[in-house]
Design a protein around this ligand. Structure first.
Ligand SMILES: [Fe+2]
Length: 250
C-alpha cells in the first residue's frame, strides 16, 4: 500500500511497500471522531484513549482526527479553538500510544462555508485535503456537484468525499462518473461491507477501479455500532481485492 513518507508543497507523498500489503494491509484510519468532547464522538479523554488503543491493537498506525464542523452553527475560528483545546487534553495520550495523527475536520457541505475566505486550517494537517460530508443521502446529486465545483472555484484545496457508501446516488454509475470528473478523492467507511448487496458490490467495484483512496472507521464511541472496527473488514478486503488494488489505498 502507499505509505506516506513526507510532504512537499503541502501535498502528501508516499511510497509503495508491497510486503506490508501482503502481511497486514495497513492503511490510515482517515475518518474518526476520537477528539474528546468535540461532537457526538468520544465524550472524554478516557474514551478517546480506549478508541486509540483499540485501533492500535488492530494494526492502525495513523489516524486523521476529523470532528464534525458545521459552518452554519459555528465560525471556523471558534471551531479551531475548541479543537485545539480538545487536542491539548488528548496530546499526552496520543504521544504515549505511539499513534501517528493529523488534525482535520469533517466539513458539512453547505453554502455557509463560503462565508470564510480560507479553509486551509480545516484541511487534514500538512495537506490540502478537505474531508467533505455531503449534505444529505437524499439530496439531488446536482446540488452536491455544484457545491463542490463552487468550492474548487474559490479555494486551492482538494476534496475528499466522506463515506460515499452512505449516498444512494453514488451507486448510480452515471452519477458516480460525474463526481470522478470533478477530480475528488473518495473515502469509504469500512462498514460498507455490512451494507446491502448493491452498495457492497458497487463500492468494491469502485475500489477495484482505483476510485477510492481512503478508508475509515468513522468511529464515534468505544462501544456500540460506531465503535472502532477494523480487523474483520481488513480480512474481508484482503480476500476480495488483489495486492495491486490494495496498493491504491493510503
Ligand atoms: Fe464522520
Amino acid at each position: 500500500m502507499p505509505i506516506i513518507t513526507g510532504m512537499e508543497n503541502n501535498k502528501i507523498y508516499y511510497s509503495q511497500n508491497s510486503d506490508r500489503v501482503m502481511k497486514h494491509f495497513r492503511f490510515i484510519d482517515s475518518h474518526t471522531h476520537i477528539l474528546p468532547g468535540m461532537d457526538d464522538g468520544a465524550q472524554n479523554v478516557e474514551e478517546s484513549e480506549q478508541m486509540i488503543l483499540s485501533l492500535s491493537k488492530q494494526g492502525i498506525e495513523e489516524i486523521f482526527l476529523t470532528p464534525h464542523y458545521y459552518s452554519h452553527k459555528e465560525s471556523v475560528d471558534n471551531f479551531l479553538q475548541r479543537r485545539e483545546e480538545s487536542f491539548q487534553a488528548l496530546k499526552s495520550t496520543l504521544y504515549r500510544s505511539g499513534m501517528k495523527y493529523r488534525l482535520g475536520a469533517e466539513v458539512y457541505a453547505i453554502p455557509a462555508i463560503f462565508n470564510y475566505a480560507n479553509l486551509d486550517n480545516l484541511c487534514i494537517e500538512g495537506t490540502d485535503l478537505l474531508l467533505l460530508e455531503m449534505s444529505s443521502p437524499k439530496s439531488e446529486p446536482e446540488h452536491e456537484l455544484n457545491l463542490i465545483a463552487e468550492i474548487y472555484s474559490r479555494y486551492p484545496i482538494k476534496i475528499v468525499l466522506a463515506h460515499i457508501d452512505r449516498y444512494p446516488f453514488m451507486l448510480k454509475q452515471k452519477v458516480f462518473k460525474q463526481f470522478t470528473q470533478l477530480d475528488v478523492y473518495m473515502q469509504l467507511n469500512l462498514n460498507f461491507l455490512d451494507a446491502g448487496f448493491l452498495t457492497k458490490q458497487r463500492c468494491l467495484k469502485y475500489l477495484k477501479q482505483g476510485h477510492i483512496q481512503f478508508l475509515g472507521t468513522d468511529c464515534h464511541r468505544i462501544t456500540g455500532k460506531r465503535s472502532p472496527e477494523v480487523e474483520k473488514y481488513r480480512s474481508q478486503l484482503k480476500a476480495k481485492l488483489t495486492e495491486e488494488e490494495l496498493n491504491d489505498i493510503y
